[in-house]
Every structure is written in C-alpha cells, then in structure tokens.
Ligand binder design. Sequence first.
Ligand code: SAH
Length: 217
Amino acid sequence: MDAQRKAMADVLRRYKIQDERVIEAMGKVRRHLYIPEEIRGRSDPYGDHPCPIGFGQTISQPFIVAYMTQHLEPKPGLRILEIGTGSGYQAAVLAELGAEVFSIEIVPELADHARTVLAAEGYGGVKVKTGDGYKGWPEHAPFDAIIVTCAPDKIPAALVDQLKDGGRMILPVGTGVQRLTILEKNEDAFREIPDLYVRFVPMVKGPEDKAEKNQDF
Ligand code: SAH
C-alpha cells in the first residue's frame, strides 16, 4: 500500500496539484483503512477514481480531494468545517495538515465508522457530529474555511453565516452535473467563483421544510 500511495502522489503531481504539503499529507494518510473492511478487498483505494465506502457513498477521486484541499489553504490552527464526513478520509487529510477539523455526517453508521478510524489513525482530535449539514455547527462557528463533499442545489445559507469574515468555502453546487464553487466572504460581501464541473453525491435534505433549507442568502 505504501507503493500505491506513492504512485497516487505522483498522479497528483501529474494533475498539477501545486501545494506539495497537500501531496505530502495525502502521501501519509492511509486511504485504504478508511474504506470499511467489508468492501476493502474489492476496492482499489489509491486508483485515479472515486472509491465506494458503503451506503451508496464514495470518497472522491484523489485529485478532487487534493484540489479542494489546496483551495482551503489549510495550515496549523485553521478551523475547518466539513459537511459529509463519509469515510473520514478528507477529514484526516485536513487534520494531517494541522487544521482543527469539525465534520458532520448524516448517516450514523458512517459517522461511527469515521470516528473509529480517525481515532485509530491518530486523528482523534477531529470532531465528528451525526446530523444534518444544512444546519452547520453553530456551537463551533465561525469557521475559517468550509468544505462540502456532497452537492446541495444551492449554497446553504446557514453555512455562509457560519463562515468567518475573510474565510472561504468550497462546494459542489447543482443537480446532476455540478459546478465546484468557491465562495469568499469579505466584510459581509461575497464573491462566488465557479470552477470545475464535478459529480458528487447529492446533499440529502432532512425531514424538515426543504424550501427553507434552499433559501438564497
Ligand atoms: N468526504 C468524504 C466523502 C463524502 S461522500 C470522505 O472523505 O470519505 C458524501 C457524504 O455526504 C456521504 O457520506 C453522505 O452521507 C453525506 N451527506 C449527504 N447529505 C448530507 C447532509 N445533509 N448532511 C451531512 N452529510 C450529508
């Protein structure tokens, strides 16, 4: 697996990921261990594609993980909120870069799995909450950066509220084919920068008023 991880790092360089720290962190985090044991044997964890983690969910292709991580410019002490913990892999990469990570997952089994692996791999400081990401995590707000790894059809207003002034958020937006979007918040003004076309799993709406969750900010 060490050799495969090294090969993955070389693929990231070929994709022109420029932040060597991100490549180094991804070269350290043992991606295969975040894939639940039952499906690990049938998977190709370091391949240049998304990888199934059960419950119909996937960890993104390594390039997308690196690309989104690079945009957040994570560094020690940065407080980052992730929506869609999934396997815990993206959270581990952020923690490896020294960030203080808060992550929310709606599927309880995945949240439990992520907590266990993160603790076993030395990232027990990552805080994982089982819950609905549309609400964010107000008790720990504001965040320097927010990364959403499932796709809402509009940018969730609560997440924008919980972003620090000067902070940035990266998320896929849309239905079907989505647009990776970078949102920068400065003195309560927002700049939305459309980026790559991507395909993430949809951000699931909870049982409450769906219209409210999709309001514009
Ligand atoms: N970042 C993850 C992969 C995320 S897959 C990793 O590194 O493994 C997207 C995840 O978003 C899935 O686990 C899915 O259950 C979760 N999700 C979907 N809708 C959500 C919501 N409303 N709130 C929180 N998590 C959600």
